[in-house]
Design a protein around this ligand. Structure first.
Ligand code: XMP
Length: 308
């Protein structure tokens, strides 16, 4: 990347030339890439960019408030609670790929409605280099996207040539706070890929709480700067435990913490044992439905980062 302020200047110019006085829309997930793309694009076209944050009901604890607080004064920000629509479609679905597919479909439907309301001609996306290098090697940066009901939007990808570390630097240069630019990546389908088996309100609650505990403890130790991702997976396995002198039967939660540069490979680092113990103790103490916490020690490859 050029130096960040030159990149920003050049990028603003290019976005202005491309979008002009038209309307654009971006799906702002609250992740680093879409956040930086939103802010950069808004620097160029102001409120002609609508940044839509969709709550699919599978967000991390406090996520909706966090994203709203971070962006509502800075962007033409639209919050959309579509959780009922997502959760209804996911009812009874076990297969993780099927969950991803459904979430993708519902997302496009919801997003298309907003794009139509706004009268958007352009779709801004936070694509970064590893996204397209891995998938198709396609170096073309602008093309059209046809949404299912016929809406055709021209694609704008302002940070397409950048890598994650560069995106974080750019975010800081754009004035985003450290806690935003240094966030861990979070999969678009959210907790859906961290809950094994069918998704129920109870399982969402358990998984959300376990993840909040992991994040809290990692942040307390300042480990978020070195870890790529840190999270808890709610397995579909129930195991025997003991509470007081009574036999208990509850969920097994898997704790996963990895270091990585770009998610293509990942290592499980040696972590201070006390943090593992504390997280385990807190999860079983604060979530009565969980009887056992296990630690994942598998690198990628052969494992993937997510378990689902
Ligand atoms: P895996 O599990 O394939 O994950 O090693 C690599 C990176 O991608 C994230 N991930 C996803 N992100 N939608 C996303 O937006 C998904 O369906 C998805 N699945 C995995 C994962 O968190 C890791 O950073």
């Amino acid at each position: 990347m050029l130096n960040p302020s030159d990149f920003i200047k050049g990028s603003i110019e290019e976005i202005k030339n491309t979008i002009g006085d038209n309307k654009a829309i971006i799906a702002l997930s609250g992740g680093v890439d879409s956040s930086v793309s939103s802010v950069l694009t808004a620097e160029a076209i102001g409120s002609n960019l609508t940044a839509v944050f969709v709550d699919h009901g599978l967000l991390r604890e406090g996520e909706a408030d966090y994203v709203r607080e971070t962006f509502q004064d800075r962007l033409n920000f639209q919050f959309l609670d579509a959780s009922q629509e997502f959760l209804e479609r996911l009812e009874g679905v076990e297969d993780p790929e099927e969950k991803r597919k459904i979430i993708g479909e519902v997302f496009i439907r919801v997003f298309e409605r907003v794009a139509e309301e706004v009268g958007a001609n352009f779709l801004v996306q936070g694509t970064i280099a590893p996204d397209w290098i891995e998938s198709d090697g396609n170096i073309k940066s602008h093309h059209n996207v046809a949404l299912p009901h016929g809406l055709v939007l021209e694609l704008v990808e302002p940070i397409r040539e950048l890598y994650k570390d560069e995106v974080r630097i750019l975010g800081a240069e754009l004035g985003l706070p450290d806690h935003m630019t240094q966030r861990q990546p979070y999969p678009g389908p959210g907790l859906a890929v961290r809950i094994a088996g069918i998704i129920t309100p109870e399982k969402i609650k358990i998984c959300r709480k376990a993840n909040a505990i992991v994040e809290e403890e990692v942040h307390k130790e300042g480990l978020e700067k070195t870890l790529w991702q840190y999270f808890a997976v709610l397995t579909n396995t129930k195991v025997t435990g003991v509470k007081g002198d009574i036999r208990d039967y509850g969920y097994l939660v898997v704790l996963r913490m990895v270091e990585s540069l770009d998610a293509m490979t990942a290592d499980v680092p040696e972590l201070p044992w006390i943090i593992i113990k504390t997280i385990s103790q807190r999860i079983t103490a604060e979530i009565p439905e969980v009887t056992h916490v296990a630690l994942s020690v598998s690198d990628k490859p052969p494992s993937t980062i997510e378990l689902a």
